[in-house]
Design a protein around this ligand. Structure first.
Ligand code: NAP
Length: 296
């Protein structure tokens, strides 16, 4: 990597940032696209987001990603916010303007891109969304945006599922989502669903857990999409496959949120070949040698 007086810098704001895969994505793209750009992690202490954003602007950073726990906290320090990010209430990408940063959410377009690539488009579909936390909220808005037919939100806390369903219905002005407790999977219509797993359950190190164990539930799933990427083959995915469905993990979502951010920063289109190389670099950084074998 060449670093000289013309090198532009992008980075990641979060806390912690030590386990991030983003440098592998962005520094590979810079190398493959021949851009003089470097991407580095910045651990931002609690309460310091204003200084981080103002400091990044003063230091001429081209753009930044924002991760846990600052995706909402960063919003008041932006000059502008993209309407989708505003609706979701979560910003993971800052793009430099003349007088400050504009905030975008590339997590959801990233998920959409990954799902389309995997043949799991949400438009016109009946969807089960497991979870009602931060990411599930963003997914629910994506499902509204991309015109899913119906969304059944199931969550450990039924109140949160109901509140999220109401919020989505209000945002998209239609009777799209219904929220209820996890156990209500027994009352789902007798159909085959796309199911998006957006809880923490099954994440490393508790890899033998899934929010629902009942094989009857999994028989209703034609495609199961787990947003977890560590491990790459979750218990949820195994249960989906055992019941005859196709299962996918969340690593491509991580890739595509990064690629879309990169395209915003540089104004350059990332080719299929370049995105494949970034995916390989990310897997290498995670110590993964083979991913294809566990896809359905
Ligand atoms: P969050 O806001 O903390 O929400 C956690 C969700 O998991 C809530 O719905 C919570 O239910 C549920 N949950 C937690 N423990 C549970 C348990 N023991 N039993 C049943 N439900 C449980 O987390 P988040 O930020 O939305 O993240 C969710 C997942 O998304 C994480 O696993 C993360 O790996 C994944 N993710 C993936 C990407 C990607 O690029 N692929 C990016 C970001 C996040 P309650 O509401 O009842 O507490």
């Amino acid at each position: 990597m060449k670093i000289d007086g013309y090198t532009r810098t992008c980075g990641l704001f979060g806390n912690p940032v030590e386990h991030t895969m983003s440098p592998a994505i962005h520094n590979t793209l810079a190398k493959e696209m021949g851009l003089n750009l470097v991407y580095v992690p910045f651990r931002v202490p609690a309460g310091c987001m204003r200084q981080a954003v103002e400091g990044a602007f003063a230091l001429n950073l081209l753009g930044c990603n924002v991760t846990i726990p600052y995706k909402t906290e960063v919003i008041p320090f932006l000059k502008e916010i993209d309407p989708l990010a505003e609706r979701i209430g979560s910003v993971n990408t800052l793009v430099r303007l003349e007088d400050g940063f504009k905030g975008y959410n590339t997590d959801m377009p990233g998920l959409y891109r990954a799902m389309c690539e995997d043949g799991a488009d949400v438009t016109g579909r009946q969807v089960i969304l497991l979870g009602a936390g931060g990411v599930a909220r963003a997914v629910a808005m994506l499902l509204g945006e991309r015109k899913a037919k119906k969304v059944y939100i199931l969550n450990r806390s039924a109140e949160k599922a109901k509140a999220l369903a109401e919020e989505v219905n209000a945002a998209y002005d239609r009777d799209l989502a219904v929220g209820s407790a996890l156990a209500d999977y027994k009352n789902l219509p007798d159909e085959r669903f796309l199911c998006i797993q957006a809880t923490n359950v099954g994440m490393f190190p508790k890899v033998d857990e899934a929010v629902i164990e009942d094989p009857d539930f999994y028989r209703k799933i034609s495609i199961g999409y787990d947003l977890i990427y560590n491990p790459l083959d979750t218990r949820f995915m195994k249960l989906v496959r055992a019941a005859g469905g196709q299962a996918f993990h969340g690593l491509k979502m991580l890739l595509w949120q990064g690629i879309i951010a990169y395209e915003y920063w540089t104004g350059e289109k990332v080719t299929k070949e370049q995105s494949d190389l970034a995916y390989e670099a990310m897997k290498q950084a995670m110590g993964i040698t083979e991913v294809k074998s566990i896809q359905a």
